[in-house]
Write a protein that binds this ligand. Structure first.
Ligand code: SF4
Length: 366
């Protein structure tokens, strides 16, 4: 069997640091995930990303700090007001601080604070200011909140927030109650406010075709993001999209590889993320994970997120235990990565260090 000549030519050009075009991305996403060409695509993205990022990887923790039946009402989400059974609650600041410290101990250099689409802005602002005073200085505070104004973004920045996750999701406005234009406007405000913009192609399900994937991915190609990547959708029981099922890790990796090749040459982009954290993604161009818990305390298994009364992580969608910083580092070591890095791509600590000891390298990493 010989690989398709057109695909071969695209991958060869990509190895010479030419970013793929939209039509090439559609072609690469049209290939069956178990084809020889898809395997070559993933291998090429792996080689290019290792070189581009110096074989370094990034860990960014995540904490859902409030939860409530959500007016965003996304057809795939655990919290959508039409089908959720959860009650409103917030995570106490002391627990958030403790979780951040565990993330920092495990090598994470930032933490996403996740809220519902509507949230108490003053409460969130106070929380960010409290965290900034209480957690290690090198730990960046990143907001993952609903659509906010330019003024609010300025206040968050003044309180010590350095970046924000935001996305115009696949089928936004169809599978959600939010207008795509408003989502894009918030992204533009994040960039305009001088915050680092983090984004993903998400939430990917089996029904999403190559063209709509590329249309969604390209927002992060055209606008300056600090991080791009791909996240699969986990089916939530009782949600309208439950019966659509989920994509395989090889399909998720194929999409991750296309994102890696589409963003070649974007100097401000410092990492490619894949969620769920998995080895296939690490061999397909990804170099960033979102651990759901920090360094384990050795007192037994990690929290079962599906049983949690307050706070959440993406483990809730999987209905499983949280993936820790130690789990992530073990996958990175198994994939042959050498160092952890900060959000700007600077090395901070070798993965093979003894992580039961505090870091001896300076906080800024240099
Ligand atoms: S994805 Fe976000 S906006 Fe949509 S229902 Fe869930 S919490 Fe709300």
């Amino acid at each position: 069997m010989t690989p398709d000549k057109v695909v071969e030519r695209i991958l060869k050009d990509a190895s010479r640091e030419r970013a793929i075009t939209r039509s090439e991305a559609v072609l690469l996403l049209s290939m069956p995930e178990d084809s020889l060409e898809a395997a070559l695509l993933r291998a090429q993205a792996n080689a290019i990303s290792r070189r581009r990022f110096g074989n370094r990887a990034l860990l960014l923790g995540q904490i859902g700090v409030d939860m409530a039946p959500c007016a965003g009402d996304c057809a795939f989400c655990f919290f959508a007001k039409s089908h959720t059974g959860i009650r409103s609650s917030t995570l106490p600041a002391e627990e958030i601080i403790e979780r951040c410290q565990r993330f920092a101990a495990g090598g994470a250099r930032g933490v996403f604070l996740m809220t519902m689409h509507r949230f108490g802005f003053e409460w969130f602002l106070d929380l960010c200011a409290t965290l900034r005073r209480s957690i290690p200085a090198q730990m960046e505070i990143l907001a993952n909140v609903g659509d906010v104004t330019a003024g609010q973004l300025g206040e968050l920045r003044a309180a010590g927030v350095t970046g924000a996750y935001h996305v115009c999701r696949l089928r936004e406005g169809v599978d959600s109650c939010m207008a795509p234009s408003e989502r894009v406007a918030t992204i533009e405000r994040i960039i305009g406010a001088g915050l680092d913009w983090y984004t993903l192609c998400e939430p990917i399900g089996p029904e999403h075709g190559p063209k709509e994937l590329v249309d969604q991915i390209w927002l992060g190609v055209e606008l300056p993001c600090r991080q791009h990547g791909a996240m699969q959708r986990f089916p939530v029981p009782r949600s309208p999209l439950f019966h659509k099922g989920q994509i395989s890790l090889s399909r998720l990796a194929q999409i991750t590889a296309v994102i890696a090749l589409a963003t070649t040459g974007k100097q401000g982009l410092k990492s490619i993320a894949v969620n769920v954290s998995n080895l296939v993604g690490l061999f397909s161009g990804a170099n960033a994970f979102f651990p759901e818990a920090g360094e384990p305390d050795g007192q037994g298994p990690t929290r079962d997120s599906s049983a949690a009364k307050e706070g959440f992580t993406t483990a809730l969608w999987r209905r499983s235990n949280e993936i820790t910083t130690a789990d992530c580092r073990n996958m990175l070591i198994a994939a042959g990565f050498s160092n952890l890095m900060d959000t700007q791509g600077r090395p901070i600590r070798p993965l093979h260090d003894d992580w039961s000891e505090p870091a001896t390298i300076s906080a800024t990493g240099g």
